[in-house]
Write a protein that binds this ligand. Structure first.
Ligand code: ACO
Length: 335
């Protein structure tokens, strides 16, 4: 009998309605549409403007879409994992708030903090609970309200990020579909090139941390860019080699959407053309843990049972990884 694997059986998403365009940013900082598009590929991002709503709100909406599409109730969920670096608060975990919002009374849940690799790390973790036989319905969510930690006076970062959430349901599959393989990496030696210094136990909130703008995301773009190009391309090539996949075998690369140039370098290294790359950075910017499930949601109708997908990400930590997923259903039946 085939090994039990964790198949993605439904996808959901949530995007706030408000758009922040490059033209809007031109009025806020010294930048230009031409600079942003040529360096990153981004035209606009979505922003959750309502100050009373946070990451759990977006995550809950994405999760509800998953439940609706799959036709199951929240009571059937065993586990909810939320990948985020913008939790509603330090604790309780955003997953606790989401299970409460959903009415997932039989599920336990927790958050994973792995920045832009968060969804991949959560997918890999959730898959283990399915493969082991412990659970049969695991909800994996990537959600970030990046606008809550972006400094809109810093032109080097404020043009990059947006808000959003995406979610997938994992269920057991014994017919060769699901998460076939994954590779995860962490290297903390360069942590300070992408971080938020204030608010934790090292620099608790104070007048001094506020004054020093330590409660905003900080990024040194060039070193992160260099490591991201290498990390994402290497790990994607590795997962293809480990699973004897050629460029022709891959239906889609599903890359974290941080920068079009990083994605382009990864696709070239994998030997696949850009028409086989899921790309929505132009419309949403970098939504951190949400980028990969947002791509899956946008392309769901086009996906066929048996399609080979390579998911890949690189982010703060540094964290990076890839997953080889054999798609488990015809998406057109599900939308
Ligand atoms: N508008 C105009 N000029 C700008 C802007 C802007 N928005 N931002 C920076 N510049 C200027 C800089 O000040 C610099 O000027 P200088 O030469 O006079 O000093 C010049 O443009 C070049 O700056 P660089 O940082 O070298 O620009 P680069 O080509 O590297 O692009 C970018 C910057 C887009 C941030 C790129 O470095 C990048 O994509 N880095 C990786 C991002 C990433 O992958 N992050 C990981 C995931 S995020 C996460 O985990 C949360």
């Amino acid at each position: 009998m085939e090994q039990v694997r964790a198949a993605i059986t439904a996808v959901g998403h949530f995007l706030p309605e408000d758009r922040l365009t490059n033209a809007d940013l031109e009025k806020m900082v010294e930048t230009s549409d031409e600079w942003i598009q040529s360096r990153t590929g981004i035209k606009e991002r979505r922003i959750l403007k309502d100050p009373t709503k946070a990451t759990s709100f977006m995550a809950t909406n994405a999760a509800q879409e998953v439940l609706r599409k799959r036709g199951i109730s929240a009571e059937e969920l065993d586990l909810v994992i939320v990948a985020t670096v913008t939790p509603d608060m330090f604790f309780p975990a955003t997953a606790c708030l989401v299970t409460a919002n959903l009415g997932a009374v039989n599920a336990w849940g927790y958050d994973i903090s792995a920045a832009c690799s968060g969804f991949l790390f959560a997918l890999s973790t959730g898959a283990r609970f399915i493969e082991s036989g412990k659970h049969t319905k695991v909800l994996v969510i990537g959600a970030d309200k990046m606008s809550s930690i972006v400094d809109y006076t810093d032109r080097t970062t404020c043009v990059l990020f947006g808000d959003g959430a995406g979610a997938v349901l994992l269920e057991p599959d014994s017919s060769g579909h699901g998460v076939i393989d994954s590779i995860e990496h962490t290297d903390g030696t360069q942590w300070s090139s992408l971080c938020m210094l204030g608010g934790g136990s090292l620099n608790p909130p104070s007048a001094a941390t506020l004054e020093a703008r330590m409660h905003y995301l900080h990024q040194e773009g060039a070193p992160v860019f260099k490591s991201a190009v290498k990390g994402m391309a290497d790990v994607s090539a590795q997962i293809m080699e480990d699973n004897n996949l050629s460029g022709d075998d891959v239906r889609y690369l599903v890359p974290h959407q941080a920068n079009l140039r990083i994605i382009d370098a990864t696709a070239r290294r994998m030997g696949i053309s850009m028409d086989k790359v899921m790309l929505n950075i132009e419309r949403y910017g970098n939504t951190t843990a949400a980028t990969i499930p947002l791509c899956l949601a946008d392309w769901e109708a086009d996906l066929k049972k048996g399609d080979n997908l390579v998911l890949a990400a690189f982010g703060g930590g540094f964290t990076w990884g890839a997953a080889y997923v054999k798609w488990a259903y015809d998406g057109s039946n599900h939308v």
